[in-house]
Design a protein around this ligand. Structure first.
Ligand code: CDP
Length: 250
């Protein structure tokens, strides 16, 4: 059996990227009319939509907190988002991703301003190709800002990992499946705080530090893209209920 190579002799990856290169990322804010805030992210072959409602009444009521708003995240992969159809409905993986994204967002949302209420965040993965939790958190963060919910800052997310013995940024599908490690990170570039950190696989301490630095640096670039998406949104839609996409079509 011939072992599949993920990094070529030229040092480039399967999709032609350098080890520390991100997949192409596009972020658009305010894409849905019926949500208080929304964002759409294309990240390589991932397509992710985030919708935010609130702060609004808590359902179910017993979850209400008299001191702060709760942040409820529902991450969902569309049945058609991967090669094999996904069975609709919650599963362990979606529950885990919803929880970690919720915790990351709760850290930046000024929840104590809205006691007894809920900020509801829906993340719909329309197409998945590794790194959907990072794309989801990055989109959700822009959608919360688009909803006008006060936050200390935007959260950015990106992964780094290891494939073919090399530390690489933003793992693609085959690197995620066949590589040695994947470390998704949620990061606040301005303060340097880490609000999400997971690790699948094995890394030495030095490799882990290298991967973290790579992911943190990339987060700084993605942070600029998030802010740019919000700026474009408000430059176009300040006085009209129009999405940037509609503006382009018209
Ligand atoms: O998407 P993310 O990398 O955050 O999470 P993962 O659990 O590491 O999944 C990696 C990738 O595997 C996903 O992005 C999908 O492309 C794929 N996947 C799938 O094909 N079927 C599933 N039920 C779950 C994930």
């Amino acid at each position: 059996m011939v072992e599949e190579r993920l990094i070529g002799d030229d040092g480039l990856r399967e999709d032609g990227r350098k080890p520390d290169q991100l997949r192409p990322i596009k972020i658009e804010a305010g894409v849905l009319h019926n949500a208080d805030g929304s964002a759409y992210v294309e990240w390589g072959k991932n397509k992710v939509l985030a919708a935010v409602y609130g702060p609004r009444e808590v359902h179910p009521k017993f979850l209400q907190d008299s001191t702060k708003a709760i942040v409820q995240v529902t991450y969902n992969m569309a049945a058609f988002s991967v090669d094999d159809r996904i069975r609709p409905g919650p599963n362990r993986r979606a529950t885990e991703i919803s929880k970690i994204i919720g915790e990351a967002l709760e850290y930046v949302i000024l929840t104590h301003h809205f006691p007894r209420s809920s900020v509801d965040v829906y993340i719909e993965v329309l197409e998945a190709s590794a790194g959907t939790r990072c794309a989801g958190l990055t989109a959700a963060s822009v959608a919360v800002a688009d909803a006008g919910i006060p936050m200390t800052d935007l959260v950015v997310s990106c992964a780094a990992g290891k494939a073919d013995g090399q530390i690489i940024l933003d793992l693609g599908k085959s690197e995620d499946n066949l590589g040695e490690a994947d470390v998704p990170l949620g990061y606040i570039p301005r303060t340097g705080e880490i609000v999400l950190l997971q690790m699948d696989g094995h890394l030495t301490k030095a490799e882990f530090e290298k991967a973290m630095n790579m992911a943190m640096n990339a987060c700084k670039d993605i942070y600029e893209m998030q802010k740019d998406a919000l700026r474009r949104r408000y430059a176009v839609g300040a006085d009209e209920d129009k999405t940037p996409t509609q503006e382009v079509i018209e």
